[in-house]
Design a protein around this ligand. Structure first.
Ligand SMILES: Cc1ncc(COP(=O)(O)O)c(C=O)c1O
Length: 353
């Protein structure tokens, strides 16, 4: 299906084609299948291996779980994860990068893990590598300076497709239409969901670069190129919600608004840098995390207590992943309200053991 390029809020050049899904998880599994099928269509069916990253979150379907690196999601299904998957190390390095404002300075060399995996299996056997440009669910982990560029270079060297899972980062979360645009690194496929309809109706998409699409379009017209799809792919109600959402993003300048708020958001977050219970503060765009020290012998307890107290005492929903408090404010947040919310969060952090 051709993406409605009429919208100026969302016009990634070179990604004219979208495959619609109903969730981020479906987008990820679709992207992995497209990558495998692409190589086969090009006569490189031996490229079957996939590479993910520790701490990556790519949804809960079998492909996404297999390339993902969140242990509790994988643990129960360990024996059934798909074969032929390697993981690069994650880039969270509190030792060297604690309290970085924006992209951390250290860790670009971790992209060389992909080079090592390519050396181990031979790069010609690898179909794709998938990463979140900014890891979300594992606790907001922005990429080290130069890391994504390095991944792109290594992929190019070995003919590996680069997939950015932008289920969180697309649609203004990092001040541009995509993380790809914000970082100036162009992947071959982009997965989206959430912001595509502002979350009001389930819908996701896989955006493919023209060269990927073209590789499928070599057969006779009457034949289906890729036997994959969902009953509700491109559901008209979801499509209407998506188009309406794009109009709002356009009319209200949502992405630009998000970009204007990110410095204030960073200031507010980093005012927690010297809090005695806090061991790291991380941020990029309108994504941020405050990581608290775990309680002796009870990792996660402090985070859960903050979450509950924020809800019951301050009427605030604060997501915690263990002891990491994770934030993604509205892209059109009001600064006063944002400040008040974080004053409430400070009261709560102060009040817990
Ligand atoms: C990066 C990323 N990929 C995939 C998913 C899965 O999306 P869904 O929950 O819509 O299946 C998520 C959900 O948070 C996500 O953050």
């Amino acid at each position: 299906m051709r993406w409605p390029i009429a919208s100026s809020a969302w016009r990634p050049t070179d990604f004219r084609i979208a495959f619609f899904t109903n969730s981020g998880s479906e987008s990820v599994d679709t992207a992995l299948k497209v990558a495998l099928a692409y190589h086969r269509a090009k006569g490189e069916g031996h490229r079957t291996r996939l590479v993910g990253r520790e701490k990556g979150y790519h949804g809960v379907n079998f492909g996404g779980m297999s390339v993902g690196g969140i242990v509790p999601n994988r643990k129960v299904f360990s024996a059934n994860l798909i074969p032929g998957v390697d993981h690069m190390r994650h880039t969270l390095d509190i030792g060297r990068n604690a309290f970085s404002r924006g992209l951390p300075a250290h860790g670009a060399e971790l992209a060389d893990d992909l080079e090592r995996i390519a050396a181990l299996h031979d790069g010609s056997n690898i179909a794709a590598v998938i990463v979140e440009p900014v890891a979300g669910s594992a606790g907001i982990i922005p990429p080290p300076v130069g890391y994504l560029e390095k991944l792109r270079e290594i992929c190019d060297r070995h003919g590996i497709l680069l997939i950015f899972d932008e289920v969180i980062t697309a649609f203004g979360r990092v001040g541009k239409a995509t993380g790809a645009e914000r970082f100036g690194v162009t992947p071959d496929l982009i997965t989206t969901a959430k912001g595509l309809t502002n979350g009001v109706i389930p819908m996701g998409s896989v955006l493919v670069r023209d060269h990927v699409y073209d590789a499928f379009m070599q057969g006779p017209d009457q034949m289906i190129e890729l036997f994959h799809g969902y009953t509700y792919s491109g559901h008209p109600v979801a499509a209407a919600a998506g188009l309406a959402t794009m109009d709002v993003y356009d009319e209200e300048g949502t992405f630009e608004q998000s970009a204007t708020l990110e410095d204030t958001f960073a200031d507010i977050l980093h005012s927690f840098d010297d809090h005695e219970k806090v061991i790291d503060v991380r941020n990029f765009g309108m994504m941020g995390a405050i990581e608290m020290a775990p309680r002796e012998g009870a990792p996660g307890a402090r985070g859960l207590e903050v979450h509950k107290k924020c809800f019951w005492d301050e009427q605030l929903v604060v997501r915690n992943g263990m002891d990491v408090l994770q934030f993604s404010p509205f892209l059109n947040s009001n600064v006063d309200e944002m400040q008040q919310s974080f004053e409430a969060i400070r009261r709560v952090i102060d009040s817990v053991d």
